[in-house]
Design a protein around this ligand. Structure first.
Ligand code: BG6
Length: 495
């Protein structure tokens, strides 16, 4: 990131929401701090609560100050730069008057702050507002590009199954061109996720062995120690599969499995990722297992069962864990299973992509005490403790031929001074710059939903009979182990 973004207004629907406070505004502040925020910039918050500009600014400032790590004071110059452009508009998202007011306010700010007619509309709101908001903006001509650009950022979830995702895409693309739509998946804002492309395509070492000839299988784990927290209502309507798989986990699959693009141009990259989704077989319900946590112990603290969380049905059949087996039908990956798992209340927070290489022939060590060779793994640790680890076998010192599985470790923290970031900085900057590389295109979203559709359909008709089936703090239900045991494989420990 080097160039300052062009002048623009950013209109933030959901100005008093969690996402605004915890991620969007801190990311804008970080951009201001690093000099990348547009020199001419207006941030217009829209929400239904009554507030003055001053109150909105003060609320965000206070929340931000509280969340900063101890000892990290606010950089007042950066904050003032951001705050100077902030204004607040009270309005109902379903009331046409809100948008007439917004149009007038935007026109005024555009003139006064010389914003070049550029505007980014950020929908940090509940998903049932996505379509009505796009419609309402279009109705008052706010999406028309007359000299400046107009873009819309749409948060997750983008649909809740294939049909609803298609309908939302059709709706949105009725009012906007694809290049104006920025469908966010915040996993793509993580440095380590972006680094998968650098690892694969900026090194000559890995690509020649990154295929079915040398790779046995891939395991992708997104483990969380937290439960559903205050999101019981959302989670009851969503579950682990919808919440994590067709979006976050599939983005990790795509980064791992995609062919090298001809360039880092957005369309070239997005096309290669979409090709991966198109090559994945729709998952058969027999290749998926689900789980729900019971009470248990995490790091010495007793935690309640999912069914006892606030706003959760005491007989809920909603899954908080899912594990599945994917196959990718193309020349590179035929016969190489990708195993995915994600869950809440697992022993710790850990996201990793683990690539298991095929074994070496044993012949050489037949007449030695070596009875089993350890495996070669390349592990991309996405979070926390970001890094890359290679596991291989080495001879133990001494007269006998004894081998041990050892590790070569690279840690980001050892090499790079990480600027403080919440993970939305790159994504927001890309929106300002009009770079859609890290955003999902309509066909990617639909292809992802199509892959999980058979499972959604099967689960809709069949309640899970054995919930809760894993204790909080364990690595998930037994059925997840059985899924891999069928293929004579085991999961890596979550550590
Ligand atoms: C969100 C899900 O999209 O991602 C949450 O809705 C989940 O349920 C979160 O906890 C995980 O994101 P991160 O960045 O904390 O790994």
């Amino acid at each position: 990131m080097t160039a300052q973004a062009p002048p623009c207004a950013m209109v933030l629907f959901g100005a008093n929401g969690d996402l605004t406070k915890r991620l969007v505004v801190p990311a804008l502040y970080n951009l201001a701090k690093s000099g990348l925020l547009p020199a001419h910039f207006a941030l217009i918050g829209v929400d239904h609560n009554d507030k003055t500009d001053e109150q909105w600014r003060a609320d965000l400032h206070d929340f931000f100050a509280q969340t900063l790590a101890k000892g990290d004071g606010i950089d007042q110059t950066a904050w003032n730069r951001l705050a100077a452009g902030m204004s607040y508009l009270r309005g109902d998202f379903l009331d046409a008057r809100t948008f007439v007011q917004l149009r007038d306010h935007l026109a005024e700010r555009d003139k006064k702050d010389e914003l070049g007619g550029n505007a980014l509309f950020y929908l940090a709101v509940s998903d049932h507002f996505f379509a009505p908001l796009v419609d309402a903006l279009a109705k008052v001509d706010l999406l028309k590009e007359n000299g400046g650009w107009r873009r819309v950022v749409i948060e997750k979830p983008f649909g809740h199954d294939l049909e609803s995702a298609k309908a939302l895409n059709a709706h949105v693309l009725n009012c906007l061109r694809e290049e104006q739509v920025f469908r966010i998946d915040h996993f793509l804002g993580k440095e380590t996720v972006q680094n998968i492309m650098a690892l694969r395509f900026a090194n000559g070492l890995f690509e020649p062995i990154w295929n079915r000839d040398r790779i046995d299988h891939v395991q992708i784990t997104v483990a969380e120690a937290i439960g559903v927290e205050r999101r019981g209502k959302f989670y009851e309507a969503t579950g682990a599969l919808r919440d994590m798989v067709p979006n976050h986990l599939f983005q990790l699959v795509a980064m791992t499995a995609m062919e090298p693009p001809v360039s880092f141009d957005a369309e070239a990259v997005r096309t290669k990722k979409a090709d991966v989704f198109k090559a994945i077989h729709p998952v058969s319900p027999g290749d998926v297992v689900r789980g729900q946590y019971g009470a248990g112990d995490i790091g010495g603290t007793n935690v309640p069962a999912y069914r006892l969380e606030p706003n959760v049905d005491p007989n809920s059949s909603v899954e908080t864990f899912v594990a599945l087996r994917l196959t990718i039908d193309n020349w590179r990956w035929a016969g190489v299973p990708f195993y995915l798992r994600t869950g809440k209340r697992l022993p710790k927070r850990s996201t990793e992509i683990a690539v298991r290489f095929k074994e070496a022939p044993y012949t050489l060590f037949r007449a030695t005490p070596v009875d089993e060779l350890g495996a070669n793994w390349l592990i991309l640790q996405i979070q926390p403790d970001e890094g890359i680890r290679l596991r291989f076998n080495a001879k133990q010192p001494g007269p006998q031929m004894n081998l041990e599985n050892v590790a070569m470790d690279f840690k980001y923290a050892d090499w790079f001074k990480q600027p403080s970031a919440v993970g939305y900085e790159t994504l927001l900057y890309d929106c300002f710059m009009g770079d859609t590389t890290l955003f999902q295109r309509a066909d990617q979203v639909e292809a992802s939903w199509a892959i999980v559709e058979p499972v959604l359909r099967a689960w809709r008709n069949e309640r899970a009979g054995d919930f809760p089936n894993y204790a909080a703090g364990s690595a998930g239900p037994k059925s997840a182990d059985e899924l891999l045991a069928r293929d004579h494989r085991t999961w890596r420990a979550i550590r």
